[in-house]
Design a protein around this ligand. Sequence first.
Ligand SMILES: [Zn+2]
Length: 101
Amino acid sequence: MAVIQLACPHCSHAFSLENPPPPGEHVPCPACGRKMAVPTESASRPANAPAPPPAERGDAEPRMRKLSRAEKIQRRQVRNIALMIFGVIVLAIAVVVLGRL
Ligand SMILES: [Zn+2]
């Protein structure tokens, strides 16, 4: 069972943690309840443990895809409709405000 020693950076309360989450995760301090990061250096873990491979995703497909003509037209229409709805709302507010005068 893995046990690591932690010291709270907020209230400097020292305690040990059984079955700690992976380094970088945050655990609440038992004394003050504030969160602290689990240190990357763990005494219970052997130093020669193989490091996890870096997250290397062969995402060759470019994220910026060129918009097709149809998509451009559709986006323009959506924007026009949104502008129209906004205009109607502004008009309705104006009518209500002027009606109270
Ligand atoms: Zn604390």
